[in-house]
Design a protein around this ligand. Structure first.
Ligand code: PEP
Length: 251
């Protein structure tokens, strides 16, 4: 039995206006709050001030979906860790496959963003995972190893223990095709071993690793039943209040 606190994080992606976000929050308040489970909403930048305000006095944490690696500068359209910390944001998703694919986010950039998060007192949720062709070529574990090692480069053991890793096979994101819980456990157990290799077993045992990819209220418990799976990063099923509440209850 590990001491790791299960963590359910909703990734809203590019959905919800401020009024929609506030209305969602009023519906989950007091419900998506379960003892022993951490509940996090990762929302669009524009909704973060209102959500941080709404979350005051609750146990629900608010996260961003991206951060720039510099604190400030001539980076038109970007948002820094200084700005997110100032808002009261706690978590930030880094290296989501959509950012890697559509915004050219490399392993090196992911690593810089992890450092920028810690520098500004934010906790990173680092996404790793293989493409379908990589899975079919038997490269799943190699891909996850390379991405994990790159993300943790130069990160101290104390910081590493606070990182949340989200293992998200890309072919399972938003497709309705989820990895079996046994397959997810196999890869996540392997990723924990990679962290142990980088640091030590105690650090690896502290790191929380989520599964992500078409997690729904009806399959979340199955993933949570696996030894090394500490939670879920959820896109589509986190957008409706009732579904999000069920995910937190199911964890
Ligand atoms: C995600 O956005 O990280 C994700 C896993 O999406 P979905 O749950 O919709 O597959």
């Amino acid at each position: 039995m590990s001491n790791r606190k299960p963590i359910i994080a909703g990734n809203w992606k590019m959905f919800k206006t401020v009024s929609e976000a506030v209305s969602f929050f009023s519906e989950i308040k007091g419900k998506a709050e379960v003892d022993g489970v951490e509940s996090v909403i990762c929302a669009p930048f524009t909704t973060l001030p209102a959500l941080v305000e709404a979350a005051k006095g609750t146990s629900i944490a608010i996260g961003a979906q991206n951060v720039h690696f510099e604190d400030n500068g001539a980076f038109t359209g970007e948002i820094s860790g200084v700005m997110l910390k100032d808002l009261g944001v706690k978590y930030v998703i880094i290296g989501h496959s959509e950012r890697r694919a559509y915004f050219a986010e490399s392993d090196e950039i992911v690593n810089k963003k992890v450092h920028a998060s810690f520098k500004n007192g934010l906790l990173p949720i680092v996404c790793v995972g293989e493409k379908l062709e990589e899975r079919e070529a038997g490269q799943t574990k190699d891909v996850c190893k390379v991405q994990t090692e790159a993300a943790f480069q130069g990160v101290s053991a104390a910081q590493a223990a606070e990182v949340v890793i989200a293992y998200e096979p890309i072919w399972a994101i938003g497709t309705g095709k989820s990895s079996t819980s046994e397959d997810a456990q196999d890869v996540i157990g392997y990723i924990r071993g990679v962290v142990a290799g980088l640091y030590d077993q105690a650090t690896a045992d502290a790191v929380r690793i989520q599964y992500g990819g078409s997690v729904k209220p009806n399959n979340v418990a199955e993933y949570m039943g696996q030894t090394d799976i500490d939670g879920a990063l959820v896109g589509g099923a986190s957008l409706e209040p009732a579904s999000y509440i069920a995910l937190v209850e199911g964890a």
